[in-house]
Design a protein around this ligand. Structure first.
Ligand code: NAD
Length: 443
């Protein structure tokens, strides 16, 4: 099938590469011409395991193309996915301006029957809004094709995006006509062989499913962070509590970690947008408000700990390990490390930072302040001369505790761990003071 995809970011690019790999012919369109040029050369603008190989293979086979011209992408397309950003607007709602732009362009340019599929995370009612914009464009030029609209939210996780797309738990498809559902079944046929994964429903339910899923996961994290605060105050150990409750299959071990707060391009904006939708619909989002409030507080936990344990922060050197909002991605949007590093710089600290892949995106997000951060090529190099080490992201390479390497390089003996990577007794025995989340400070 010929498929167009609007937006070549984390979601659009992975969707395009995977659909092409499944045998479809995909044209990805993006407004960013520089990005399009890099993609045409087989270079991925984002760091995602396995993506560049997939990109190159399908470019070479001629099944995957990139353009900045929507007319070209729509020329033969039977299905057009919308995978553009839906960032947070100042009032907390989802900013739909990029989605609206795409809908207008489709209204102006569609030359044949088309199914437009919203893959971006968008509030309930957006499919209807997209349809209205497209129909306006069609009517203005007297075009009579049928343009259907469907909702197909994306559940991939950055860092495991390709496996999630190809072997995901479910494919949620919201349609209002049987023929649209049938078309989407054909699109997903290559990824729906082992067992039936398509969960078909009406469009508003599909739109809400994505927000409900992200809000539930964010709630699990904030819940654990609240239990961590109680653990710390009451003298319990959150890691023991986590294992104790996770063993109950009704609770499960996944997403049960206390930490430095959730970040990323999805949870913060999606929880805010769902709360906004709730208010608009006349519902009070009590749980969602609490999830956000706990997270806002939690993001300050590392800075508060450093301030408490390293009196007189000004002039101190702090090593920061992990800049991405989670491991196996270079995405730093809303990352706890951004919050920490900005706070350390404001307090007058010298910051030496290391991340296996996210230094570039982190520097870009910091802007001018990046000039005040020294980015290093290895974790141990960041620790050189540091009074304290702060751990923000649980990259695998940080997980083995290297007492000797740190002791040799650090000037001080303080580790503040936002991911509970180490056994407190072992770190204390090696002569370090060790503050983690939801456990008593050791050493
Ligand atoms: P992104 O910012 O990485 O990519 C968006 C891309 O869209 C950019 O390359 C931008 O240049 C392009 N774009 C903007 N306007 C355009 C237009 N009019 N025509 C063509 N291209 C245009 O965003 P993302 O992380 O891929 O997220 C996209 C959507 O998917 C969001 O709604 C997000 O909430 C949702 N989502 C993201 C993830 C994730 O892990 N990143 C997971 C599931 C769902």
């Amino acid at each position: 099938m010929r498929i167009a995809i609007f937006g070549s970011g984390y979601v659009g690019l992975v969707t395009g590469a995977c659909l092409a790999d499944g045998g479809h012919h995909v044209t990805c369109v993006d407004v960013d011409s520089e990005r399009v040029a890099r993609l045409r050369a087989g270079e991925s603008p984002i760091w995602e395991p396995g993506l560049e190989e997939l990109l190159r293979g399908n470019l070479a086979q001629g099944r995957l193309e990139f353009t900045d011209d929507p007319a070209e992408a729509l020329e033969d397309a039977r299905v057009a996915f919308v995978a553009v950003g839906t960032p947070q607007a100042p009032d907390g709602s989802a900013d739909l301006s990029y989605v609206d732009d795409v809908a207008r362009r489709i209204g102006e340019l569609a030359r044949r029957d088309l199914l437009v599929v919203n893959k971006s995370t968008v509030p309930v009612g957006t499919a209807a809004r997209v349809r209205a914009l497209i129909e306006e464009g069609l009517a203005a030029r007297g075009a009579g094709h049928r343009v259907g609209v469907a909702s197909n939210p994306e559940f991939l996780k950055e860092g495991a995006a390709i496996a999630d797309f190809k072997h995901g738990d479910r494919i949620v498809v919201g349609t209002e006509a049987a023929e649209d559902e049938e078309l989407l079944r054909l699109v997903y046929e290559p990824f729906n062989r082992q067992r039936e994964k398509i969960i078909a429903m009406d469009i508003p339910s599909a739109e809400l499913t994505k927000y409900a899923a992200n809000a539930m996961l964010a709630a699990k994290i904030s819940f654990m962070n609240e239990i961590a605060a109680i653990s710390e105050a009451a003298g319990a150990d959150i890691e023991r509590v986590r294992q104790g409750i996770g063993s109950d299959p009704r609770i499960g071990y996944q997403f049960l970690y206390a930490g430095a707060g959730y970040g990323g391009s999805c949870f913060p904006k999606d929880v805010a947008a769902l709360a906004h939708t709730a208010r608009q619909a006349g519902c009070e989002p009590r749980i969602l408000d609490a999830v956000e409030a706990v997270n806002a507080h939690q993001k300050g936990t590392l800075l508060r700990r450093l301030d408490e344990l390293l009196p007189g922060l000004a002039g101190r050197t702090v090593a920061v390990w992990g800049l991405a909002f989670k491991p196996r991605t270079d995405d730093v949007r809303e990352a706890p490390a951004l919050h920490l590093v900005r706070g350390l710089l404001a307090a007058g600290c010298t910051v030496r930072a290391y991340d296996p892949v996210a230094a570039g995106t982190f520097a870009a997000a910091l802007g001018e302040e990046a000039a005040r951060v020294e980015f290093t090529d290895s974790a141990l190099d960041a620790a050189r001369g540091a009074d304290a080490l702060a751990i923000c992201t649980e990259w695998e390479e940080f997980r083995a505790f290297d007492a000797e390497g740190l002791a040799e390089r650090m000037a001080g003996r303080l580790i503040v761990d936002g991911r509970n990577l180490y056994d407190p007794a072992r770190v204390a025995a090696a002569g370090f003071a060790y503050a983690s989340v939801g456990r008593r400070t050791a050493g």
